[in-house]
Design a protein around this ligand. Structure first.
Ligand SMILES: NC(=O)c1ccc[n+]([C@@H]2O[C@H](COP(=O)([O-])OP(=O)(O)OC[C@H]3O[C@@H](n4cnc5c(N)ncnc54)[C@H](OP(=O)(O)O)[C@@H]3O)[C@@H](O)[C@H]2O)c1
Length: 326
């Protein structure tokens, strides 16, 4: 079995590559000249310098590939056009190339995001049957990319994964939260009662792989999440416990977030870089809940999350400490 992974050098991509190798797969890693290859270097993989902007460059690779895992994408961008270029155009180019060069029996899995479906309706976890209601440019760009994958799935195997917040070794987003708590401050947004779904990266990659193997996954969308529901108060307690610290809780009201995001946006525009905290991100933070249901993935993919948040955080913090990130 030979697999091609886009976004292979990133947090989720590199973990997926390791999992595919453990399954006996030959793995081709699509990377760019500018990509940081630190996670791939120790692995027995073939790195391919290709560009999703020029599909022709993928012809030879795609011809001999059984599985394609498409994870390359942008989560932070300056404007709608940059989200479109990073998430929609890249997906279109890859699908066009697969259409043209891949064997008909090749399986394609696209890693989208919970943001494509939007926040949970009312107080319950969102399901794949709920109408998609993305509230951010990022979510809308992922949903547009999903539409292309669904069209493609009408004649080739293609499945879509919507992960919620992903954590685990190599993740730098949740690291900032741990790092702040480690320095003595635990930020809590709004009233801290927002409930979210999360998934450990090792559970996620197991589910992504299943979507390439199960025939019924063709043309289907799956939320892959852990079984637990956590609000930010409880997550804060767990972070403090895991670090064995007693950080001060700092409640950040939404009006302050709005103000900070406006300043951030301006600074980012001047530096011509994406703002880490922009109005899009703030809108997402303000939603009552971001829960999703993994029931369909359990029923159709036999997906079973194995890592609960408490041991998952312990393992992640151990890794951050060993690596010197904390
Ligand atoms: N992390 C999460 O919590 C989360 C949650 C839901 C969904 N997702 C989705 O999961 C995927 C992987 O996320 P991640 O957290 O692993 O992100 P990451 O560590 O930032 O990795 C992103 C990867 O995409 C590649 N990439 C971006 N634009 C590209 C382009 N134009 N051509 C080729 N490669 C490109 C990057 O390559 P370079 O290193 O060269 O830039 C990198 O390998 C993304 O599609 C993201 O939207 C992530």
């Amino acid at each position: 079995m030979r697999a091609l992974v886009t976004g292979s050098n990133g947090f989720i991509g590199s973990t997926l590559v390791e999992y595919l190798l453990s399954k006996g797969s030959e793995v081709l890693c699509l990377v760019r000249k500018t990509s940081d290859l630190r996670w791939l270097q120790p692995l027995a993989v073939k790195t391919i310098y290709g560009d999703l902007r020029s599909p022709e460059s993928l012809a030879q690779v795609l011809k001999k590939t059984d599985l394609v895992f498409h994870l390359a994408g942008v989560t932070k961008a300056r404007d709608a056009q940059a989200y479109f270029a990073g998430n929609v155009q890249t997906t279109k180019n890859l699908l066009d190339a697969c259409e043209k060069f891949s064997p008909a029996e090749q399986k394609f899995v696209f890693v989208s995001s919970q943001a494509a479906g939007g926040p949970s309706p009312d107080d319950r976890p969102i399901t794949e049957a709920d109408p998609a209601n993305p509230i951010s440019l990022y979510g809308r760009s992922k949903l547009q990319a999903e539409d292309l994958v669904l069209k493609y799935s009408q004649h080739r195997h293609a499945a879509i994964i919507r992960p919620p917040s992903v954590y685990g070794p190599r993740d730098r987003d949740i690291l900032t939260y741990f790092a702040s708590a480690n320095r003595g401050i635990l930020p809590l947004l709004g009233d801290g009662r927002q409930k979210i779904s999360m998934i450990h990266v090792e559970d996620l990659v197991r589910g992504i792989f299943l979507a390439s193997q199960v025939k019924e996954a063709n043309g289907r969308v799956y939320y892959l999440s852990g079984d637990e529901e956590w609000n930010w108060h409880a997550i804060g307690d767990l972070v403090a416990r895991t670090l064995n610290k007693k950080p001060i809780r700092l409640f950040i009201p939404f009006w302050l977030l709005d103000a900070v995001s406006a300043v951030n946006r301006l600074a980012a525009a001047i530096k011509k870089r994406p703002a880490l905290l922009n109005s899009d991100k703030v809108r997402e933070m303000k939603q009552p809940n971001w829960l999703c249901s993994n029931a369909r993935a359990k029923a159709e993919l036999t997906f079973r999350p194995q890592i609960e948040l408490e041991p998952g955080f312990r393992q992640t913090v151990d890794w951050y400490r060993r690596t010197g990130w904390l």
